[in-house]
Design a protein around this ligand. Structure first.
Ligand code: B3K
Ligand code: ZN
Length: 876
């Protein structure tokens, strides 16, 4: 385990590397507890760093060093120095070959970083700083080297993979087999990968735009070989899309994907050898939900797109992480929007951003898209770096237009191919290609916090002039008290009395992107007979909060008439927010609760509207989640949020019963499963209706869920029906549904994960006692992050009601699990602790208990660097 020395790394301290590695030869002799690693590095003094010869400092963690040689001569141990996290070797020539032998223990590696075992197969995860757990190396992304890798293993591991092309295979004298791989593209160590196991694969070919045939292979355990088709289709679509939209072709002759069960995140873009969390690659209609199908398509695309945005052009240092992640998330979001419904994809992404990224921006770990410092870089794979980073790239796209953006990305790839660069280089390429000045725009990379726009308007009937005044501000965040104004693209439309789109300029444009650059700015529009109704921040054109005094009537009007589908949904959300906030207040004041009829009527007309995309209808009907309400609140009053939301949901279900039923029946059919956008949309609306209907807890409605559960031909229908029963049916019915589901699917890892998560996140059944019970279930494994995320994460992040129980037992439970996990997997522990780090935002009764739980983590003994950083910053 890495220790908790509170070292802090600063961006301002960046120095170019002292030495470069021109080529790297690795040889692995795999054994579970004692893997031998030999590395041969062709090292050269970096001319950009100077001409003197400082010691060569290599990173290395938890390695057993066996020997060091330079140019074939053994260096005695007295000459070099082993450091707590590395090795320092004196140097007396500007160029030399360094050979190191060391030993590692993959079996005991539960951090899932470096080389480890997952269900008996060897695999690696090196980003960000995992390569140093394999061998001593300058483990930083600006050291780029070609890699040649030989893997030697006993016969029970017939598949031996690494980056690049296979160049040799054979059998050693003692009967083991070996394979050698060569990756011709220089890369940083974080993109290195190795896999060894008894795996099967599916294969396909992709012919690139220039006519090269690329072999595509997806590897998995034999039992999952039937679950690879969707990922393969997604991969081919991604390859085509990147050619068409960005002009980017794949470069190697082979592209491999491997599914592993034990994985800290979704997937990893290692050059030519992507490694995926099984849950993010394997799918079949019977076992995977629509959400999984869409997630797989997006993640396959994301990792594939990294081949250019990340691998060919990589990051100079880890402060630049958003250079590859923000850009690649933007790329995958656009890909998904092109493959499915654009509006729905945008709504999903914005909901997530507003709920989770806004909370991060307002919490103790708040940081800019390009952080200034970190203790542990693994803690900065955040929603801010990824999702807000993608919004920043999206704003550049909005400001430049699609063609201008493409000119910028072409220049960026051409200028920096084969280099390790910075966010600044990205912005500069965009500027240079378009002749624009983004000096102020750059603040999005350096200033943390969510900007707030206060919008007010005025209409001068005499001149027909409508003025819109926008004031921007941004709350203080740790280390940043004052913020300078941001450059904000603000997409605007104006609606007339009949809902018509009004012209905003003499050219007759009905939408404009205003460029806000000052603390306060007024924009004027002319030629109106009546005061128009503004449709603000269309498509969520910037990651900000907009405050404007809409009346309920305004919002109902926008829900009906706005030509921007995103804003139609957003108007519905605002209306629901108004209602839910009033309900919370009434609950606190012990006044009777009442749902505004306007909201019920609005939802009814949406339900009855046959023109709208059913997936959009489903999104509009979904009330803001408890987590979203919490983010939105000044102070989180968990009890009031729960009371308000449950009341509203039940009232809506009762009032809209007939419409929900009609809509359910309209879309309920037993056609064969397809993950097409249209079919997913239909299932989404149908199942939204079913979930609402079951909230009534009436026998006839529950019977619908029982029937759907019994007859479902796909996992989407089956899982939604099961969740409805688990949440609303009498105990015995719920229990027997859960049991029969488990009996049927117990051999399927992905379905069992879903089954666990569905229970722990259930307000009804995910009681602390039941969650503890699930942790005793044979399917649970504390060493497997997917199981931890399903059970403990499901409870702490998705079970607002039970987690926030007034006695604080949910927080103590989380603290206890985090302490246990930190010994096994620090990255997962540091992530899991998040819900109790937000204690300052809660009412004192719960906030104090959260803080105490957090303090108990701090006091529990020596923490990993990962967990120490999060806990100490949250207690400060
Ligand atoms: N680049 C990886 C994330 C690595 C996380 C390391 N702690 C996956 C991705 O974003 O594509
Ligand atoms: Zn990524």
């Amino acid at each position: 385990m890495k220790d908790a020395q509170p070292r802090t790394v600063y961006l301002k301290d960046y120095r170019v590397p002292d030495y470069l590695v021109d080529s790297t030869r690795l040889r692995f002799e795999l054994q579970p507890r004692s893997t031998l690693v030999r590395s041969e590095l062709h090292i050269r003094r970096n001319p950009a760093a100077g001409t003197d010869l400082p010691p060569l400092v290599l990173d290395g963690v938890e390695l057993e060093l066996l020997s060091v040689s330079i140019d074939g001569e053994l260096v005695p141990a007295s000459r070099y120095q082993e450091l707590p996290e590395g090795l320092s070797i004196p140097v007396d020539k500007p160029e030399f070959v360094l050979e190191i032998h060391n030993r590692i223990n993959p079996e005991e590696n539960t951090s899932l970083e470096g080389l480890y075992l997952s269900n008996g197969m060897y695999c690696t995860q090196c980003e960000a700083e995992g390569f140093r757990k394999i061998t001593f190396y300058p483990d930083r992304p600006d050291v780029m080297s070609t890699f040649t890798t030989t893997i030697v293993a006993p016969k029970q591991y017939p598949v031996l993979l690494s980056n690049g092309n296979e160049i040799e295979r054979g059998t050693t004298e003692d009967g083991r087999q070996f394979v050698t791989w060569e990756d011709p593209f220089a890369k940083p160590s974080y993109l290195f990968a190795l896999v060894a196991g008894d795996l099967q694969h599916v294969e396909d070919t992709f012919t690139t735009a220039s006519g090269r045939a690329v072999k595509l292979q997806i590897f998995t355990e034999a039992k999952n070989i039937g679950k690879c088709d969707h990922a393969m289709r997604s991969l081919k679509k991604s390859m085509r899309w990147d050619e068409e939209v960005y002009g980017r072709e794949y470069d190697l002759d082979i592209f491999m994907v491997v599914a592993v069960d034990h994985f800290n995140m979704g997937a990893m873009e290692n050059k030519g050898l992507n490694i995926f969390n099984s849950a993010c690659v394997l799918a079949s209609p019977k076992t995977a939900t629509d959400a999984s199908y869409q997630r797989i398509e997006a993640i396959v695309a994301h990792e594939y797109f990294h081949n250019w945005s990340g691998n060919r052009v990589t990051c100079r240092d880890w402060f630049q992480l958003s250079l590859k992640e923000g850009f690649t998330v933007f790329r995958d979001a656009e890909f998904s929007a092109d493959m499915n419904s654009r509006a729905v994809k945008r709504i999903e992404d914005v909901s997530m951003l507003r709920t989770t990224q806004f909370a991060e921006d307002a919490g103790p770990m708040s940081h800019p898209v390009r952080p200034d410092s970190y203790m542990e870089i693994s803690n900065f794979y955040t929603l801010t770096v990824y999702e807000k980073g993608a919004e920043v790239v999206r704003m550049i796209h909005t400001l430049l237009g699609a063609d201008g953006f493409r000119k910028g990305s072409d220049l960026y790839f051409e200028r920096h191919d084969g280099q390790a660069v910075t966010c600044e280089d990205f912005v500069k390429a965009m500027e240079d290609a378009n002749g624009v000045d983004f000096s102020q725009f750059r603040r999005w990379y350096s200033q943390a916090g969510t900007p707030v726009l206060d919008v007010s308007d005025e209409f001068d009937a005499a001149s027909g002039t409508y003025s819109l005044t926008i004031r921007q501000s941004c709350p203080a965040t740790p280390g940043q008290q004052e913020k300078l104004p941001f450059h904000i693209p603000f997409a605007l439309g104006l609606l007339g009395r009949d809902g018509e789109a009004l012209p905003l300029d003499t050219a007759g444009n009905t939408e404009q992107v205003l460029e806000i650059t000052e603390s306060e700015q007024t924009f004027r529009f002319h030629g109106f007979a009546q005061k128009p109704l503004p449709s603000l921040l269309r498509g969520f054109s910037a990651p900000v909060k907009v405050r404007y005094e809409y009346s309920s009537e305004d919002l109902l009007f926008l829900m009906r008439c706005d030509s921007d589908e995103f804003n139609r949904w957003d108007a519905g959300q605002r209306l629901a927010f108004m209602a839910l906030e009033k309900l919370q207040e009434d609950f606190r004041q012990q006044r009777p609760l009442e749902l505004p009829p306007a909201l019920v009527n609005a939802y009814r007309s949406v339900l009855q509207n046959r023109e709208l995309d059913p997936a959009l209808v489903a999104e509009i009907l979904a009330l803001p989640s408890a987590q979203t309400l919490a983010e939105h609140a000044e102070t989180i009053d968990a009890e009031a949020i729960i009371a308000a939301r449950e009341f509203a949901r039940r009232e809506l279900a009762l009032a809209l019963k007939d419409d929900l039923l009609a809509c359910y029946q309209r879309f309920h059919d037993d056609r064969e499963y397809s993950p097409s956008a249209a079919d997913i949309a239909a299932r989404s609306l149908k199942n939204t209706c079913l979930s609402y209907l079951c909230v009534t807890e009436e026998t006839e409605q529950l019977a619908l869920a029982e029937a759907q559960f019994a007859a479902a031909g796909n996992m989407t229908d089956s899982a939604v029906a099961l969740a409805a029963l688990v949440n609303h049916a009498p105990e015995q019915v719920a229990q027997s549904a859960l049991e029969s589901f488990y009996q049927r699917w117990q051999q399927d890892t992905q379905v069992v994960e879903l089954w666990l998560g569905l229970q722990s996140s259930s307000a009804q059944r995910g009681t602390l006692e039941n969650v503890r019970g699930l942790m005793q279930h044979p399917a649970f494994e504390l060493k497997n992050p997917n199981k931890v995320r399903a059970v403990i994460g499901g409870f702490a992040n998705r079970n607002f009601n039970q987690f926030h129980r007034a006695d604080g037992s949910g927080f103590d439970f989380l603290a206890e699990q985090v302490i246990a996990l930190d010994k096994l997997n620090p990255q997962i522990a540091a992530r899991l602790v998040t819900p109790i780090t937000r204690w300052k935002k809660y009412t004192a009764d719960l906030g104090d208990k959260m803080r105490a739980a957090l303090q108990s983590v701090m006091d529990s003994g020596k923490l990993s660097r990962d967990l120490y950083e999060v806990v100490s910053k949250s207690l400060a």
